[in-house]
Design a protein. Structure first.
Length: 90
């Protein structure tokens, strides 16, 4: 969810404040998971099989604002990679 909040901020206009709020709440509830770089690339490869995807494009449901979702948002692989970096530093 922290990574999706980052993607929503970068792609859909989720505010920095709401992105930080989501990060704060999830970090307070759930322990941080360590994901090594090899696992990151494997996860990205598996994303292509998600049911939301279309025509080989990775798509997400992302927030424009808290409580305001947008569906079928195409997300480039480089943005997903950046979201892993954001999570590591969250």
């Amino acid at each position: 969810m922290i990574m999706e909040a980052f993607l929503a901020k970068e792609i859909c206009g989720l505010s920095e404040k709401e992105c930080e709020e989501i990060k704060k709440v999830f970090n307070a509830i759930y322990p941080k998971v360590t994901i090594d770089p090899q696992e990151e690339s494997e996860i990205v490869k598996l994303l292509i099989f998600d049911k939301k995807n279309s025509h080989g494009k990775i798509q997400f449901a992302l927030l424009k604002a808290i409580g305001v979702p947008q569906w079928d948002i195409e997300v480039p692989e480089d943005s997903i990679t950046k979201s892993f970096a954001y999570y590591r530093n969250a």
